[in-house]
Design a protein around this ligand. Structure first.
Ligand code: ACM
Length: 754
């Protein structure tokens, strides 16, 4: 936070006279999110009452009108009218900014007698307007706004939030509330995921069956529907769950958003994720039958007639320059066996089904371009050749975005690890069921959408960043708010604030004030949990584990132990990473400064056991997507946490786990244990059993001992379970087999040998 020199000087003088004045005045009073380019705090406050007059230059009348509505003030008066009433006023003025300035630039000066909002464009005035509204909502005493100057402009032009309304339907008043919050935090794009297997959500006049039937399913709960035949119902049927937006409602929402400087981009999924369409228009499936596949038949011209009909109506509702056509997760199996698709491949001289997908995307792109629109799609649209002019939404990591940027095509970064707000934000034991993953607010905050590997020209194609909210496990608006807030505030700063201005500690301090704002807006936000995150890395040279303890609480006093006992007030205070030898259980808790009691205890085992540093031979490979620390993972002395994405859990995808470990020397071994994880949402299951055998020479192995799995496959919530075998033998080699009978994912973190 920059402060002007003279202010600092004044403080210095006061400090000499009375240090308490410095202390109270030195508290940061302007706590905006996203952090503006430059903030200067001054003494004094502007008195804002219900009678505060608002004046505006003619070009900013509309913005000022919205402002007075939002702030419950009288309608704005022209700035040319007599402003010398003596009552402190808020004034919107047009000012020329340098030609190089972003259209969203603005400057605000808050003095005791007047607030001046200066911008060159209506968009700039809008962003400023939401800054001043936010600043008011942050004050405990809303009538006093701290004096100062704010100069601001965004880092990225695209700052998005996506919402899946197919898995669960969310009503218009809630979407309006969400748009209001987005505007307050300067997000400017709402990506409306309107169609997908679990339900079609937009009225299409030419195809009424889409909303009469395909918008309704047989179970409220997505999970129950998914596990019970995935059938569609009909509007008005007693079992029907679903809903849709009429074109009139969607148009009204587009205007509502536009007034707040937000563009709504509709997504109409093709060629995959279309089960609901094929249920009512089975002629567009390769089989010609409903409930057989999720992909449109690309050999069938009727597919393109349908898509163009739909997009013609969509374009009448949505004026956005981008139209999102999906393109993700297409299972091309049906195309391989479809004579029409194969004939299309031949006629169009395509190489394979990947190029067939690319052909479909090309056709949609040509159509959209002819109508003056631009195609946006998930990163699979790169497969089989990217359509020139298409913009890529990079969700399977950043690789797709990097490839597109290197080709000179525009990119929106939405990598799953940083931008998927359907992931857990804390230990699943304390959270409502989510799809999996782990994305705490600090991790969102730490994301930089511009990869280091890009040149500055390539980086200029990264237009921005977006968070995606898939709603399989999010049935209500309250739950949705819980998943979005406060992570959206971190995204806001990632998307708006320059890299140099970003600072997690400062953000966390400002965030404390925004909990008040979210309460004022009746947002059901996630509260920081008192549980601690304990992580460790092995130092193989010093043969120690280096343990880090972190917390989402603001400046907590953390006490810890390394001997397995629960921490008490007298236990050491955590200040910096601690070094631990051998096998140890680290326990930590936060001291509640009010009650003097310790909060919930978090624990983590670190272990320099007999297999640390051993060599591991993979008789069957680990998953390329979840390599963790490769050959080092299972013998690095670190167990995993509650998320398979923490770099300690190694995945086995499709095939069994089958490894042979060679210890550094022949050792007395009492027992061996391996932890496995189950969380069925993302397809992570326990093995059928774990089979151990051991040997002194690597040739003659003991007869195998099987430890059976006892966790039922219907247990969808997170379970971590050790499979332990007693050995009591001299051992150098250990063979471990764990059948992946679900052909999904196995995850193991460590082979503990004692
Ligand atoms: C996606 O998450 N399937 C884009």
């Amino acid at each position: 936070m920059k402060k002007i020199a003279s202010f600092a000087f004044i403080l210095f003088i006061q400090c000499c006279v009375c240090p308490f004045i410095l202390k109270s005045q030195d508290i940061q009073r302007i706590n905006l999110i996203p952090q503006p380019q430059l903030v200067i705090e001054n003494k004094g406050s502007f008195l804002w009452t219900g009678k505060t007059p608002v004046y505006a230059d003619p070009v900013f009348q509309k913005v000022a009108q919205l402002f007075t509505e939002q702030a419950a003030l009288s309608a704005p008066r022209p700035a040319s009218s007599n402003m010398n009433t003596g009552i402190p006023a808020i004034v919107f003025r047009k000012q020329k900014f340098p030609d190089t300035a972003s259209a969203e630039s603005y400057k605000i000066t808050i003095k005791q007698k007047q607030v001046d909002i200066l911008a060159a464009t209506e968009l700039g005035a809008l962003r400023a307007m939401f800054t001043i509204l936010q600043l008011r909502l942050l004050q405990t005493e809303q009538s006093l706004i701290p004096c100062g100057e704010i100069t601001d402009a965004p880092r990225f032009t695209y700052r998005g939030l996506h919402l899946d309304v197919s898995r669960n339907f969310f009503p218009i008043p809630f979407l309006e509330k969400l748009l209001d919050m987005m505007a307050l935090y300067k997000l400017n794009t709402f990506h409306w995921h309107l169609t997908d297997g679990p339900g079609w959500r937009l009225e299409i006049k030419k195809y009424p069956q889409l909303t009469k039937k395909a918008a309704w399913r047989t179970h409220n709960s997505w999970k129950e529907w998914w596990n019970n035949g995935r059938l569609y119902s009909a509007e008005g049927a007693p079992d029907a769950y679903g809903g849709y937006y009429t074109q009139q409602q969607a148009k009204a929402l587009v205007s509502y958003a536009a007034r707040r400087g937000i563009t709504i981009i509709p997504e109409i999924e093709m060629p995959g994720h279309a089960e609901e369409v094929l249920a009512v228009l089975p002629g567009l499936a390769c089989s010609g039958k409903p409930y057989t596949q999720g992909e449109f038949c690309i050999g069938n011209d009727s597919t393109f007639v349908f898509m163009e009909d739909v997009l013609n109506e969509v374009m009448q509702v949505f004026p956005s320059s981008y139209i999102h056509i999906g393109g993700d997760e297409v299972d091309k199996k049906a195309w391989k066996e479809c004579p029409k698709c194969q004939s299309r491949i031949t006629m169009e001289h395509l190489k394979d089904e990947h190029e067939l997908q690319s052909y479909a995307i090309h056709r949609m792109d040509t159509f959209l371009t002819a109508h003056g629109r631009k195609l946006l799609g998930w990163d699979e649209i790169l497969e089989g050749g990217l359509t020139p002019g298409a913009t890529v939404m990079s969700w399977r990591g950043e690789a797709g975005g990097i490839a597109a940027a290197k080709m000179g095509q525009d990119v929106i970064m939405t990598p799953g690890a940083y931008c998927y707000f359907d992931a857990y934000q804390a230990n699943p034991a304390s959270q409502p069921e989510a799809i999996g993953g782990f994305l705490p607010v600090a991790k969102v905050y730490g994301y930089d959408p511009v990869p280091n590997s890009l040149t500055s020209t390539e980086a200029s194609h990264i237009k921005g960043v977006q968070a995606n909210v898939w709603t399989e496990y999010i049935p209500t608006a309250e739950h949705l708010e819980y998943m979005i807030f406060p992570r959206m505030l971190a995204l806001s700063e990632v998307s708006w604030t320059s890299l140099q201005q970003k600072d997690w500690n400062n953000f966390q301090g400002r965030l404390q004030h925004h909990y008040l704002l979210m309460q004022r807006r009746f947002i059901n936000y996630y509260r920081p949990m008192p549980v601690l995150d304990i992580s460790s890395v092995s130092d193989t040279i010093g043969k120690i584990s280096r343990v880090t303890i972190s917390s989402e609480q603001f400046k907590p006093e953390i006490h810890f132990t390394t001997n397995g006992s629960d921490p008490v007030k007298g236990s050491p205070i955590y200040m910096a990473p601690i070094e631990v030898k051998g096998i140890a259980t680290i326990k930590a808790a936060i001291l509640n400064p009010v009650t003097g009691k310790m909060g919930p205890v978090s624990a983590r085992q670190t272990a320099y056991h007999k297999a640390v540093g051993a060599s591991v031979k993979y008789n069957l490979p680990f998953s390329n997507s979840y390599v963790a620390l490769r050959e080092y993972t299972l013998v690095n002395g670190q167990t995993g946490s509650f998320t398979y994405g923490d770099g300690q859990w190694q995945g086995f995808e499709g095939n069994d786990m089958d490894i042979t470990i060679e210890l550094q020397q022949l050792s007395d071994v009492n027992k061996i244990a391996v932890n496995f994880m189950q969380i069925t949402g993302p397809g992570v299951y326990m093995p059928a059993y774990v089979e151990y055998s051991w040997s002194k020479d690597g040739k003659n192995f003991s007869s195998p001992v099987r430890i059976a799995n006892i966790v039922p496959e219907t247990e969808s919530k997170l379970v971590i379970k050790p499979f332990e075998v007693m050995v009591n033998d001299k051992v150098k080699f250990i063979r471990i087999k764990a059948p992946n009978d679900k052909h999904a994912f196995l995850f193991a973190d460590e082979v503990l040998v004692n």
